[in-house]
Design a protein around this ligand. Structure first.
Ligand SMILES: *Cc1c(COP(=O)(O)O)cnc(C)c1O
Length: 382
């Protein structure tokens, strides 16, 4: 029997506890496990190396991405750092134009000092990634849809160029979640997640994940996980597991409300632009229709009136909370220029098209009409 996404999210790796019959995976809140004898080789002996609650999460994450191996980490950036361990000094990365600010910081402040340089594509087109390739390029790093402009990269085309050259394609799949996009099916080699966002889904946990089909990548990254130790605790694993069970219904609702708001905001005179891949005039719309199973719950708008208008809107909403992060049940509003990408230099923000007039919305699970009214009331204060 081939099980569907939402069935796997609830049942995979989560059979009733053999000891008690508990239907949810217990939180194995223990640092170590007793051994029978000096010769015994138990599956679990120390929770940095392995813990049954974490195993259940890792197994479910792998299945939802249609991958063979899943690994859980203490944060999204820990997962990203672990995935980069397949590289060696002297290697070169080509990254998307519009990547998460924390990933940019890892590339520029951590990897560079270990001799790994990164170049950034000019835009989301396949040609712009190709133009950055060097003989020593060993990895292409994609975020699609990107943050905050929601640009769409053709994962199949880029990984198709990378593979014959022995270049690893890694995709940060945090924005769409595996419900809307499965990069391994499109030819990517490694998928990373901030499980803090949609996978956890309730703004109550920080976590990350790496999924791959390749044994050699899995072994390198698993070895790093055990050796460097950025593992999530059992409670955090349990919270993400609980989030995954409702991922499908949450993603559908996030998307429906985001599209509703995108259309409403397009009509508003103070909104100069609306970025959402589900809108037919979005440059990535056709590509998103082909490579994704939905368009997601993130929405970015540009305001007439620049930063002062952004300041007014973000302090006037009552339901949209002014906060970093995304992907939770509650709607959040943010200024990419002042918050999520605020640590970048003004030149770097300009290169990325991250202008001061942008507002990023993480559309939650509240009633769509209530959210629309909240935004309209707040826009009226500008
Ligand atoms: C939040 C985020 C990360 C980093 O994850 P943390 O859990 O905050 O460490 C990486 N990539 C994307 C796209 C994100 O949104």
């Amino acid at each position: 029997m081939t099980l569907h996404f939402e069935t796997l999210a609830i049942h995979d790796g989560q059979t009733p506890d053999p000891l008690t019959g508990a239907v949810t995976v217990p939180v194995y809140q223990t640092s170590t496990f007793g051994r029978e004898s000096l010769d015994s080789r138990p599956e679990y002996f120390y929770s940095r190396i392995g813990n049954p609650t974490r195993t259940a999460l890792e197994s479910t994450l792998a299945l939802l991405e249609n991958g063979r191996h899943g690994l859980a980490f203490a944060s999204g950036v820990a997962a990203i750092t672990a995935a980069l361990q397949v590289l060696r000094p002297g290697d070169h990365i080509v990254a998307g134009a519009d990547i998460y600010g924390g990933t940019y910081r890892i590339f520029e402040q951590i990897m560079r000092q270990w001799g790994v340089e990164t170049s950034y594509a000019a835009d989301a087109s396949t040609e712009s990634y190709e133009a950055c390739l060097r003989p020593e390029t060993k990895m292409i790093w994609i975020e699609s849809p990107s943050n905050p402009l929601l640009q769409v990269t053709d994962i199949r085309a880029v990984s198709g160029i990378a593979r014959p050259k022995g270049i690893v394609t890694a995709v940060d799949n945090t924005f769409p979640s595996p419900y809307f996009q499965r990069p391994l099916e499109l030819g990517a080699d490694i998928v990373v997640h901030s499980t803090t966002k949609y996978l956890g889904g309730h703004s109550d946990v920080i976590g990350g994940a790496v999924v791959t089909n390749e044994d050699r990548f899995h072994h390198a990254i698993r070895n790093y996980q055990a050796a460097a130790g950025a593992i999530p605790g059992p409670w955090d694993c349990w919270l993400v597991l609980r989030g995954l069970k409702t991922l499908k219904v949450r993603m559908r609702e996030h998307e429906a409300t985001a599209l509703h708001l995108a259309r409403a905001l397009q009509e508003h005179p103070k909104v100069s632009k609306v970025f959402h891949p589900g809108l037919p005039d979005h440059p990535g719309h056709e590509l998103a229709k082909r490579q994704m199973h939905g368009f997601g719950g993130m929405l970015t708008i540009a305001l007439e009136g620049g930063l002062p208008a952004v300041g007014k809107l973000t302090s006037a909403t009552k339901l949209f909370v002014l906060a970093d992060s995304l992907g939770g049940v509650e709607s959040l509003i943010a200024s990419p220029a002042r918050m999520t990408l605020g640590a970048l230099s003004p030149e770097e923000r300009q290169r990325r098209g991250c202008t001061d007039d942008l507002v990023r919305l993480s559309v939650g699970l509240e009633n769509a009409a209530d959210l629309e009214e909240d935004l309209m009331n707040a826009l009226a204060t500008i």
